[in-house]
Write a protein that binds this ligand. Structure first.
Ligand code: AMP
Length: 281
């Protein structure tokens, strides 16, 4: 496994691999790797001859007062896990390497970024699309693997790739969970033991709504209410949003008459946790 921190070096390496006819798969991450990331790497390993994992805590996707400085980092552990997962290259640039002096260019997806996480984090997706677009230009992947845990991010990136005619296949992978249902996230490390227990209300709420949906309930109000009741009963949890919307435009639905997602963001202690469940009629 090779570790590359320079943009030029990464580009040259990717160019050489492409000349040799190799398929490049990219898994973009912010590090502090967990089994969710590893499931993406497994898929990348299957799809690519060269598997690149980027580890970059991207400053432009954090808002003022958010957790950029506090975000957990452990490069040594990440390297061990990546090596075990069969990663060929870790691309781990510095913030200065990605955003040199006088940097002033951003990619903005206009509509689907307004809802859900975009409503409470208005500059977040601009940072995500900008860095992902840059990573595509640097790593030159044929395929890039993302998690459905960040469902809106996946929608936004697919939109960007379609709208800008980017020549990369976007692959979405299901959310990897702890045994008790909590979606794996680097930010779970912020939780105290009692907050960790409280956080179970999120997956339980989604599970309850999905069960009702399975029994034939199609009214969004009833499904959202069922989930809301479970989270609202947890004193340590504060709901940021709990929304049932379609999976393409992310517009609110009143009835689930096409593929939909019930998406939630909850604050517990220092953590803001997101999760979702897909509902397919
Ligand atoms: P992050 O390092 O949190 O920015 O996540 C990097 C990638 O891993 C993103 O595509 C996430 O959607 C994905 N990811 C994070 N958590 C999970 C999970 N529990 N299951 C599957 N994918 C995940």
């Amino acid at each position: 496994m090779r570790i590359i921190s320079g943009v030029r070096e990464m580009q040259a390496f990717a160019e050489e691999a492409r000349r040799e006819g190799k398929k490049i798969a990219l898994v973009p991450t912010m590090g502090f790797l967990h089994k969710g990331h590893l499931s993406l790497m497994q898929e990348g390993r299957r799809r690519g001859d060269l598997l690149v994992v980027s580890i970059f805590v991207n400053p432009t996707q954090f808002g003022v007062g958010e957790d950029y400085e506090a975000y957990p980092r452990d490069m040594e552990r990440d390297q061990d896990l990546a090596r075990q997962a069969g990663v060929d290259i870790i691309f781990a640039p510095s913030a200065r390497e990605i955003y040199p002096a006088h940097y002033q260019t951003y990619v903005n997806v206009e509509e689907v970024t307004k809802y859900l996480c975009g409503a409470s984090r208005p500059t977040h997706f601009r940072g995500v699309t900008t860095v992902v677009c840059k990573l595509f230009n640097i790593v030159k992947p044929h395929a890039a693997i993302f998690g459905e845990k960040d469902f809106q991010q996946l929608v936004v990136i697919r939109r960007m790739v379609t709208d800008l005619n980017l020549d990369v296949e976007i692959v979405g992978m299901p959310t990897y969970r702890e045994r008790d249902g909590l979606a794996m996230s680097s930010r779970n490390s912020y939780l105290t033991p009692s907050e960790r227990t409280a956080a179970l209300c999120i997956s339980q709420a989604l599970k309850q709504a999905a069960a009702l949906f399975g029994q034939g309930e199609r009214r969004a109000k009833a499904l959202v209410q069922a989930a809301h009741n479970i989270i609202a009963a947890e004193p340590l949890a504060r709901i940021d949003y709990l929304t049932l919307c379609d999976t393409e435009e992310l517009k609110d639905l009143s009835r689930v008459d096409r593929e939909a997602v019930l998406a939630v963001a909850v604050r517990i202690g220092k953590a803001r946790l997101i999760d979702n469940v897909l509902l397919k009629p």
